[in-house]
Every structure is written in structure tokens, then in C-alpha cells.
Design a protein around this ligand. Structure first.
Ligand SMILES: NC(=O)c1ccc[n+]([C@@H]2O[C@H](COP(=O)([O-])OP(=O)(O)OC[C@H]3O[C@@H](n4cnc5c(N)ncnc54)[C@H](O)[C@@H]3O)[C@@H](O)[C@H]2O)c1
Ligand SMILES: [Zn+2]
Ligand SMILES: [Zn+2]
Length: 370
């Protein structure tokens, strides 16, 4: 049966998120309906708002870092049952694209999506869901393979963070650009994603982890999450500072640099702070006109002479069915910090305030509790 709920939606370009009544239909074949327990507020939700929907049709249900309980299962779904605790993944592999066909599910071109099953109650308008999720909502419908079962002892207000920020950062360092034991690592931007990249580098036994941010509070937190050194990019040139901290008789530099700000200049910095043969990874969400300028021929930092690589991380190249339970297990063993990432628990009506704080304040993650 269709049920009534409430969601934070973007009704049209340029408008703030608003809380509206919605109707959530039954899940179709291969889909599940989830009653949300909590949802993290990721910078990408704010970016979708700032980019006027980024190509999605309005109205748009925001949110993509959600955890909750299965509320109804569609035809043919046998691996989940009503009441199961789940985290919602936005990149469940399709199984048929060129990457999936060759068995490389982590590099899937497209993700499984549900049919649109949420409508705005006032006018029946069919809603889009950010990244196929739409978790700033009391309920949502997702593909059943995108609902990943959690162990019963896993607190869902922490588990929700795994869905995007945590898997993106940890996965960047473990899957996209696997950090080797003893490597030197720099992470530019220490929000939820960057702090998770720091945790990933620590899990991989990096020898040096240099955190770069413009906010001193974020840098303090970065140390708690495993950074061995910090650089305030507002006070000093981060490229030079990282090279000095890693001086090894060959001009220093890191084997791995991760950009987690969404600022093009920071991707350029990541490339320029590499040691010979190093890999920079860009994670931040770009606008369609964003561009970087990479020098090829400079003898010290040019991409050619420094033999630099640049990779792009989408959601930590995750295979959610494997990675999400693994991260839950690491959390339960005390090897992955999640409690410290929840700066604030908020209500659905506080989404706009959370966006504002993300840009101006000292928050890692605000988590909506339903
Ligand atoms: N590729 C993906 O799959 C993926 C997944 C999740 C998020 N993202 C994107 O990653 C980025 C980070 O997300 P988040 O949720 O951690 O954001 P956030 O806003 O919590 O963190 C960004 C951090 O960057 C810092 N910063 C700002 N300017 C800086 C500068 N010049 N130098 C160094 N640090 C600076 C801020 O102080 C803040 O700590 C966003 O662009 C987001 O959209 C991408
Ligand atoms: Zn695929
Ligand atoms: Zn996100």
C-alpha cells in the first residue's frame, strides 16, 4: 500500500530545501521500501542545490547517506525481509555494463536505480531522488541490491555515514589509489570525506599522513583521525609545506595525495605535491565549467618529469555488498572511528541550517534522526 511521509525537497532552481508531505508507493519488482532511521548531510547535497539540481528533474528529494529498516519488499526480493536494518548504497553495480561484464564490479559505469515512486502530496508531482537514494525523507524506495544489510549490533545513526562520506574517503585510499604500507600521504580538505581518507591511509599503514585544511579546528580533528602532521593552507603554501615535511634528499613529496574539497586549485596542489611516480586522486564534486591546469614540463613538479598520475574517485570505487559490512565490522572492533564524525544530530527541518554550517562552521557531519 502507498504510505504518507515527509521529505526535504528542492522544489525549483534557486530555492531553499522545503519540508513537504509526500506519498511513497509500494516497491516494484527487485525494489525495497526503506523507513529511514538516520541520514548524514553530505556536501554533495548542498552542491546539488547550488548547481540547480545538476541536471535532475524537479522536485528533487535530497539526501544520499541513509540507514533505516526495510519496510516493504518488492516481487522477487529474497535476500531482505521487513525489519532488516540496512544502509543505502548509491553505487550498486549494474552487472551488465562493460566493466561489470569483465568482472570489475568496482568500476561499474552505471548504478542500479529504482523506478520513481515518490510523489509530492499537494500536486502529485513525481520526485527525483539524489543519487538514486533520496534519504532526507521518512521513507524511500531503492533497488534491493542497493540496500545493504547491517549487523544487528550496528547503530544506524553511525552506519548511515558509511553510505557516502566514509566509504568515499576510506575507499579512495584502499580501492581507487591503494596506499601501500610505509607510504607518505597528503589529504587536502578534512571534512567527512577527507577525514575518512585519513582513516583509510591509517588502515593501510601509511607512515606519514599530512592533513591540509584552512580551518584549524578541522586540523585538530584530523590528528584524532590519524594525521601525523597538519598544514594550514591559509597560512602557508601547502605544496611547499608538504614537500618540506617529506624531504628525503629528492625534494620530498608524497606517494599519494587526495583532494577532498571540490576546489579545482586543490587538485592542482595535489598533483604538485607528489613524489616521483606518485598518484593524486581528486574526490571533490566539480561544476561543469571547473577546470585544472596541469604543467607537463616543469623539472620538479611537472606531470611529465615527475611521472605523476591523476585518478578520480567515485564513492571510493566501492562494492557495497562487500565494503559496507567490512566497514561496520571495523567500527565494531574499534578500528574505524564513526562516533567522532557525528558533530550534531538534527531534525529534518534543520537541513538548510546544516548546509549553512557546512560552509561556515566546525562540523564534520550533521546527522538527521527520524
Ligand atoms: N567523488 C565522490 O564520490 C564524492 C563523494 C562524497 C563527497 N564528494 C565531494 O567531496 C567534497 C568533500 O565533501 P565533504 O562532505 O567532506 O565536504 P566538507 O564541506 O565537509 O569538507 C570540505 C573541507 O575542505 C576544507 N577546505 C575548504 N577550502 C580549502 C582549501 N583551499 N584547502 C584545503 N581545505 C579546504 C573545508 O574547511 C572543509 O573542512 C565535496 O566536493 C563533495 O561534494 C565526492
Ligand atoms: Zn555495471
Ligand atoms: Zn555524499
Amino acid at each position: 500500500m502507498p504510505i504518507d511521509g515527509r521529505a526535504a525537497i528542492l522544489a525549483e532552481p534557486g530555492k531553499d530545501a522545503e519540508i513537504v508531505d509526500i506519498v511513497i508507493d509500494e516497491p516494484g519488482a527487485g525494489e525495497v521500501r526503506v523507513k529511514l532511521h538516520s541520514s548524514g548531510v553530505c556536501h554533495t547535497d548542498l552542491t546539488v542545490k547550488n548547481l540547480n539540481g545538476n541536471g535532475m528533474a524537479f522536485p528533487i528529494v535530497l539526501g544520499h547517506e541513509g540507514a533505516g529498516y526495510i519496510d516493504a519488499v518488492g516481487e522477487g526480493v529474497t535476500h531482505l525481509a521487513v525489519g532488516d536494518p540496512v544502509v543505502i548504497a548509491y553505487r550498486a553495480p549494474c552487472g551488465i555494463c562493460p566493466a561489470c561484464s569483465r568482472g570489475d564490479l568496482r568500476r561499474c559505469y552505471v548504478a542500479l536505480r529504482p523506478k520513481q515512486r515518490i510523489t509530492r502530496k499537494s500536486d502529485g508531482a513525481l520526485c527525483s531522488q539524489v543519487l538514486r537514494c533520496g534519504t532526507f525523507s521518512t521513507h524511500t524506495v531503492v533497488h534491493s541490491k542497493a540496500a545493504i544489510k547491517m549487523p544487528s549490533e550496528m547503530p544506524l545513526e553511525k552506519a548511515c555515514l558509511i553510505a557516502c562520506g566514509v566509504i568515499t574517503g576510506v575507499g579512495a585510499a584502499l580501492n581507487t589509489s591503494p596506499v601501500f604500507a610505509g607510504a607518505r600521504v597528503a589529504v587536502i580538505g578534512c571534512g567527512g570525506v577527507g577525514l575518512s581518507a585519513i582513516q583509510g591511509a591509517k588502515i593501510a599503514h601509511a607512515k606519514q599522513i599530512i592533513a591540509v585544511d584552512v580551518n584549524p579546528v578541522k586540523l585538530e580533528w584530523a590528528r584524532e583521525f590519524g594525521a601525523t602532521h597538519t598544514v594550514n593552507a591559509r597560512e602557508t603554501d601547502p605544496v611547499q609545506a608538504v614537500r618540506e615535511l617529506t624531504e628525503d634528499g629528492y625534494d620530498g613529496g608524497v606517494e599519494f595525495a587526495f583532494e577532498a574539497t571540490g576546489i579545482p586549485m586543490c587538485t592542482e596542489q595535489a598533483v604538485k605535491m607528489l613524489a616521483y611516480g606518485g598518484t593524486a586522486t581528486t574526490i571533490g564534486f566539480p561544476a561543469s565549467t571547473d577546470a585544472v591546469n596541469l604543467n607537463l614540463g616543469d623539472m620538479a613538479t611537472g606531470v611529465y618529469w615527475n611521472k605523476a598520475a591523476l585518478r578520480v574517485c567515485h564513492c571510493g570505487d566501492t562494492l557495497p555488498s562487500v565494503d559496507f559490512p567490512l566497514l561496520a565490522d571495523l567500527y565494531l572492533k574499534g578500528e574505524l572511528l564513526l562516533d567522532q564524525m557525528v558533530t550534531k544530530e538534527i531534525g529534518l527541518e534543520d537541513v538548510e541550517a546544516a548546509f549553512h554550517e557546512m560552509e561556515t562552521g566546525n562540523v564534520i557531519r550533521s546527522v538527521i534522526r527520524f
